[in-house]
Design a protein around this ligand. Sequence first.
Ligand code: NDP
Length: 435
Amino acid sequence: SLRNANEPEFMQAVHEVAETVIPFIKENKKYQNKRLLERMTEAERIIMFRVTWLDDNGKIQMNRGFRIQMNSAIGPYKGGLRFHPTVNLSVLKFLAFEQTFKNSLTTLPMGGGKGGSDFDPKGKSDNEVMRFCQSFMTELQRHIGADTDVPAGDIGVGGREIGFMYGQYKRLRNEFTGVLTGKGREYGGSLMRPEATGYGNVYFAQNMLKTKGDSFEDKTVVISGSGNVAQYAAEKVIEFGGKVVTLSDSSGYILDNDGIDQEKLEFVMELKNEKRGRIKEYLDKYTNAEYFEGKTPWSVACDVALPCATQNELEESDAKTLVKNGCMLVGEGANMPCTPEAVTVFQDAKILFSPGKASNAGGVATSGLEMSQNSMRYSWTAEEVDKKLHEIMNNIHDQCVKYGSEEGGYVDYVKGANIAGFVKVADAMLAQGAV
Ligand code: NDP
């Protein structure tokens, strides 16, 4: 629509959903003439605010903060906060829109939301990050709450940032509640939350492989990114017997043909999470590896590709190269990492392809489990959480198969995820009337 014409990422995400959901609505009278999909594209509320903070030199810095409260038909708004210089209204609206469908797929009662800031944590001191987080939360706190809107992490927002924001929320509101997820273990965080998105992505891919009577055993796997999602996707692939050969960041990728094993992965985790270094420093320790500056890893021959960095990081030409090299499965760990043209290439080639809203839903699902544990003032063991996560990923896979199966046995996971996600939210909106 003209109203959103200057928001390309948002338009891209809506277009992809509309393509599969509009034909479904045309076949189902119940969903007609209620402007359901149209209402889902209009946020219930958008908050934009100034975030002013003092840097280490005592100079005033200013950023823009956002929270998109997209849809609360099935539960409180829920979705991450992203701190990255590319953050703008279009990017956050696309993420909040996707989140509504994703959260619906998890089977848990969570509505859709997303937020963040164009603040760049790179190169900032811990104190600067803390002052930014405190200033950001000073405004955000009046719009969120454990039963209203429960933010979490995303790109640039990990345990450190969640901690600083939680501390400020608590100070201002004088209440200890589960208002944020992704918290530290000591103050209400769930076991397995850091692992959940990456593990969940691999559980989902395992289900897809199973439909072909196959598994991760001895598969060569290319992964992009080296942040939260990429690290734990790699860990689970290794555990399942696959060979991870790449990781990347926004500067380039590393190729290790011997395979990145658990020990090497631990080096990466420390490099990225503690030292906040660059992926090319992998070569300082593992000298057999190669580094490709300014490149993405999609030209590396593989059986499985897991894009786990950012939106639109895998384009049509990359998709063609992957298919040509015999790739049989692409599982999105990031949100919308494949361009629409790339997705078409995968689907035309009839290889297994899962959209992020299905295959990366394990993160928010485990956030939902964190909310439940906070409400009960209780915590489950890692085994209990992992078991629930695994069941949820199996369930999402079943829903995709239910709504996405085509003649000849091919499963269109995009169609399946979109329709399954739509149905639950649409039914709730129908029940709640003109809201
Ligand atoms: P992190 O900040 O932990 O890591 C992001 C990784 O992607 C880093 O390696 C980063 O490299 C790279 N990256 C970021 N922006 C770009 C860019 N513009 N171009 C190339 N590389 C880039 O984030 P997460 O791992 O949490 O998130 C990754 C993706 O997964 C995002 O799309 C996010 O929305 C999605 N996601 C995350 C969930 C979670 O639970 N964390 C849940 C569901 C989805 P660099 O260090 O150079 O910036």
